[in-house]
Design a protein around this ligand. Structure first.
Ligand SMILES: C[S@@+](CC[C@H](N)C(=O)[O-])C[C@H]1O[C@@H](n2cnc3c(N)ncnc32)[C@H](O)[C@@H]1O
Length: 296
């Protein structure tokens, strides 16, 4: 059985999530410091997933919450959000973003724990165990898509905000290598299974990236991580990063994506721009057989 086999026959739906640019989606809703994070989720993807898999008052968890997109969108939709983030700087911005949202009338709430989500069940209070309706998260992915550019005097561009942290702490799965990333992410999902209600959902957004010209298939690895954590794959969705106008896709690729695809094509390697995120959706099984997933 190859890695794609478990999801080959799953229902697929397309989420229209980029009718506005990322900047327009965040305008006034997020603090400007949030743009320092190299890999934020598109707010419309978070809002779509929360609307689809939960109802007002439900608990939504993001174990790798970055600057808090999941938590802010959950708060706007009157959910109770809980986030975990390893890097104190991002956790601080996530808290500030939630305070900003509630100050603008968001009816829900958000709480952020700073720490290593591979130890999830030791970080959050036990009263949360078995209570969450949805885990929505995104693991770190390829450095090629990150960063913003500024023009420099005299010509050329300078890259900034392309790193998750200044440290090389290997607890940060962005610095853990492929094996560390998949092993750590499986552990995180196993901890999430403990927080979920039986039948609760896990939605993971991920994109493939290229390393030395070869495709690194993170979405399929995510499927394997979820299964290893005792979760059941139930859907594989396409969340558009491109707008749709009159039946056509309007690309919104970054400078780096355009640059690397043009370079590859120039070198004779046929590559296309990525216009979507994969969203891999799992459920915590209702049966007692797997309901202890993640407990040691
Ligand atoms: C792709 S980003 C998520 C961004 C987030 N969805 C947002 O919109 O801001 C992944 C995040 O996981 C964090 N992270 C990496 N390893 C972690 C770990 N072991 N525990 C908790 N967070 C971790 C990174 O610091 C990074 O902020």
């Amino acid at each position: 059985m190859n890695d794609n086999e478990p999801t080959r026959l799953l229902p697929v739906s397309v989420w229209i999530t980029a009718q506005q640019t990322s900047r327009a989606q965040r305008k006034d809703r997020y603090l400007s410091e949030a743009t320092k994070h190299p890999a934020r989720m598109l707010p419309a993807i978070a809002a779509h997933a929360i609307g689809r898999y939960t109802k007002p008052g439900d608990i939504v968890v993001d174990p790798m919450c970055g600057i808090g997109t999941t938590l802010v969108e959950a708060a706007y939709l009157d959910r109770r959000a809980v986030g975990i983030e390893l890097e104190p700087a991002w956790a601080e911005i996530a808290r500030a973003n939630i305070a900003h949202a509630t100050g603008r009338g968001a009816a829900g709430s958000g709480q952020v724990f700073t720490g290593d989500a591979t130890m999830l069940t030791e970080l959050v209070p036990e009263e949360l165990f078995g209570q969450a309706s949805l885990v929505l998260t995104s693991p770190p992915y390829g450095p090629g898509v990150h960063g913003q550019v500024d023009a420099v005097p005299g010509g050329g561009v300078q890259k900034r905000h392309d790193r998750y942290s200044d440290s090389r702490d290997r607890r940060n799965l962005a610095h853990a290598g492929w094996h560390g990333l998949t092993e750590g992410f499986s552990q995180i999902l196993a901890g999430c299974a403990v927080l979920l209600k039986p039948g609760g959902y896990v939605a993971v957004t991920a994109r493939p990236w290229r390393a030395n010209g070869s495709l690194v298939d993170l979405p399929s690895a995510v499927v394997a991580c979820g299964i290893a954590a005792g979760l059941e794959p139930v859907e594989r969705c396409v969340a558009l990063l491109a707008g749709v106008r009159e039946g056509r896709l309007i690309g919104r690729a970054s400078f780096f994506q355009l640059h690397s695809v043009r370079k590859a094509i120039g070198a004779g390697v046929p590559q296309a721009l990525i216009g979507h995120e994969d969203v891999v959706v799992f459920r915590r099984p209702r049966t007692s057989k797997s309901s202890s997933a993640g407990r040691s």
